[in-house]
Ligand binder design. Structure first.
Ligand SMILES: [Zn+2]
Length: 394
């Protein structure tokens, strides 16, 4: 039995269809998309909703395994304060961790999220991901500045990547951030990814202190690491920003997801655009406000016609896992960005970044993207409002 679903507008891949009807089969696969325009006739058996239909959301950056840290970390302490607190906090019982991960997974399903690029430092999330309806790509995140243990860190990462894959889950090793990965570890990771034709996801320029570390070898991150006796000698002082300093370590043809970009400047974007062919800038604005109380210069990336995608980050730095809430924040801060563009960031761009756009991310015949209804929208201007809500229909 097919289902026919309609609403005032359908938005997919930056395109707006007025009074369209999407027909899906029992498995949720799209079999037909019709546009009725202004000519609405009553079509029997069609479910009609007030609002806008959009494809299932892709959350391009999350840390499911940190879900138990909700409300545990102080706000606005800067990245160095956040890291300092999280290192001391990550001990909870396995049962507690599992319970909060399952809750977070259910929250994402309810919020219309169908795929997640999820950072994993442990095997904790495997069970939850195996049982979930969400498609997860797990980025097994590696870091060390210590050259002596680099081979062991990498080997443990490969073992964990394998464990995810043996559980039927999509996974690949990745680098945590420029300042936490020494050049040798970077090289091991990117050589491995080149063989897989895979994806790298890196926290990028989340604080100004990260740039300072490379520019002059000083600053708040430097002070925090040295106070914890972490040796940063393997991180080169280049006089350049962190991103420019590590760009040569990245494979030009890997999907490269740069996450946060709160302190990324025009010259940084120009430098990497020339070197990386499949570049995605992932914004997690609620987490940026939580940690640094500052938003990235989103207009800079738009003006350079960059691929933008959206992440929620973890419940350690956000009080909900909702892609729509991230869009609402962006829409309030940058009111001239139109809804179809925001929806493309939240769906097709994330799907492309995670290499799953053949199956989801847009309404196209043959895809199974899921269907979300956004209610309480300003339909005249096609804008999100504070009251906009997402309801998962398929
Ligand atoms: Zn993160």
């Amino acid at each position: 039995m097919h289902r026919k679903i309609s609403a005032h507008y359908i938005i997919t891949d930056s395109e707006v269809i007025k009074n369209g009807i999407i027909t899906i089969d029992k498995q949720g696969k799209i079999v037909d998309i019709q546009s009725l325009g202004n000519d609405i006739k009553e079509i029997s058996g069609t479910e009609f909703y007030n609002g806008v239909l959009v494809p299932g959301f892709v959350n391009a950056h999350c840390h499911l395994e940190l879900s138990h840290l909700k409300d545990k970390i102080s706000r606005h302490t800067g990245l160095e304060g956040f890291i300092s607190e999280i290192v001391n906090l990550r001990m909870s019982s396995d049962n507690e961790i599992a319970k909060y991960m399952q809750q977070a997974d259910r929250e994402m399903v309810k919020n219309g999220i169908v795929a997640v690029g999820d950072i994993a430092n442990t095997s904790h999330s495997i069970e939850t991901k195996m049982q979930s309806g969400i498609h997860y790509h797990s980025f097994v995140e590696l870091f060390t500045s210590n050259l002596n243990i680099t081979n062991n860190v990498f080997k443990a990462g490969l073992d964990l990547e394998q464990l995810f894959k043996e559980s039927g889950l999509s996974a690949s090793v990745t680098a945590h951030a420029p300042y936490s990965v020494n050049p040798k570890l970077f090289d091991l990771i990117t050589s491995h990814l080149a063989k897989l034709k895979s994806i790298i996801s890196i926290h990028n320029q989340e604080s100004e202190a990260e740039n300072e570390l490379y520019v002059n070898g000083k600053g708040a991150l430097y002070d925090m690491f040295t106070s914890k006796k972490i040796d940063l000698a393997s991180i080169p002082i280049t006089g350049k920003s962190s991103l420019i300093s590590i760009a040569a370590n990245l494979n030009p043809d890997d999907n490269t997801i740069l996450v946060h970009n709160t302190y990324t400047k025009s010259e940084d974007v120009e430098f990497v655009v020339d070197k990386l062919n499949k570049l995605y800038w992932c914004f997690c604005p609620n987490a940026n406000l939580y940690i640094e109380n500052r938003l990235p210069d989103i207009q800079l990336f738009r003006s350079k016609r960059q691929n933008i995608c959206i992440g929620t980050d973890s419940l350690a730095s956000n009080n909900r896992l909702s892609v729509l809430d991230e869009l609402k924040l962006i829409s309030t801060a940058f009111p001239d960005i139109e809804l179809p563009e925001l929806i493309s960031w939240a769906s097709i761009n994330g799907a492309k970044a995670l290499n799953i756009d053949k199956f989801l991310g847009s309404f196209e015949i043959g895809k199974r993207p899921g269907i979300n209804l956004i209610e309480n929208i300003n339909l005249n201007e096609l804008k999100l409002t504070n009251e906009s809500r997402v309801k998962k229909l398929v």
